[in-house]
Design a protein around this ligand. Structure first.
Ligand SMILES: [Zn+2]
Ligand SMILES: [Zn+2]
Length: 148
């Protein structure tokens, strides 16, 4: 996504959060926690089917929210599929080791820098991987496809 700041075009890294209606529980709302720092970002209705870097425009109006803590930017798009998992492309913050957390319950799931580690293990894993949130009360399913 390119925006103009003081007449200079800059590239902005935006995460597109795709949200689909939860048919089992259509009126339930969740607090979406920033997966990269666990800050309470916004209230969403439905389930997150994808968190991917880059802008996937499905509408003409794009609202971008910046996480005040880690500065990751998010935009929300509607998706019309019934999600069974959350597909994620992990995004590095420079060379720093980063922890990806469950957007529903904030439980750390993946730690990544050069290697991708499925917590609480310390051994690197190869992508893509499926895993279930370690919080048994949550049990969200994640499908991690790549790291950029
Ligand atoms: Zn954040
Ligand atoms: Zn969870």
């Amino acid at each position: 996504m390119r925006i103009s700041v003081y007449n200079q075009e800059i590239e902005l890294l935006v995460q597109t959060v795709s949200v689909a209606l939860n048919r089992q529980d259509p009126t339930n709302t969740y607090l979406f926690y920033c997966p990269y720092c666990s800050y309470q970002m916004f209230q969403i209705r439905g389930l997150v089917s994808k968190i991917t870097p880059g802008l996937e425009p499905t509408s003409n109006v794009v609202v971008v929210n910046r996480c005040p803590r880690c500065e990751m930017r998010y935009t929300i798009q509607e998706q019309r599929v019934q999600p069974t998992q959350t597909e994620v492309v992990l995004t590095r913050f420079g060379n720093k080791e980063t922890v990806f957390r469950c957007y529903i319950c904030r439980t750390p799931g993946i730690s990544f820098a050069d290697d991708v580690i499925l917590l609480p293990s310390i051994k690197p894993v190869k992508l893509p991987i499926h895993y279930t949130c370690r919080n048994v009360k949550c049990g969200a399913h994640y499908y991690i496809t790549d790291v950029i």
